[in-house]
Design a protein around this ligand. Sequence first.
Ligand code: FMN
Length: 211
Amino acid sequence: MISNTHEAKRIEDALATGINPVELFRDWFNGVSNHPDIKLPDAFCLSTVSPDGKPEGRMLLLKGVDNATGFRFFTNQNSNKGHSLTATPLAAMTFYWEAIRRQVRIQGRVIEASSADSDDYFNSRPLMSKIGAWASDQSQRIESRAALEEKLARCEAEFGQNVPRPPHWVGFDVVPEMIEFWLEQPSRLHDRFVFKRSGTNANWNCVRLQP
Ligand SMILES: Cc1cc2nc3c(=O)[nH]c(=O)nc-3n(C[C@H](O)[C@H](O)[C@H](O)COP(=O)(O)O)c2cc1C
């Protein structure tokens, strides 16, 4: 992985001919995915707005990046975040990779993935994760740990080896409208490159911001 000074210069030079920030994210993500000191390169904070207008954030795992459809994650549609996204289908994703001192912030509209895509990913999961998706009414109150484990055992007995995807367990794509790349630099004079889509087309404009 090249230094932040070299990377900032590389981005600056590439701006002259045009640069796709989703591709740039992919470059960085591929770099951190093999980094020995970054244990969860795919972990990010998903920020949403609750139905009563309050900001809320929680960590999730990134499960895909696509130029057309954006940044994918999976969750329970009946969870708190699921209700928030139904009311306000907008979200922010924040990645921070401490070992390389870089942050990426993404904002955009949130669109539910197709059932076929959710099925494909669900079917690739380990058996007990699939059963856990049925056992947990994510974000609902539970009386005790024992009650959760009893529910898991009931689901295990019911489904055996063939666990269908719960209809409320779905993928979502954040279709980016803004992507900011932040690189730490000495004396807190960090580099910030902010890309925004111009209208609905695929052209991205970049501005640099003060740290
Ligand atoms: C590192 C990490 C990764 C997580 N990944 C996911 C995920 O991919 N999907 C998910 O629904 N919850 C994930 N969680 C749990 C969420 O942070 C959160 O507790 C849960 O989704 C309920 O959030 P909500 O009540 O705001 O809907 C993860 C938690 C951590 C700490």
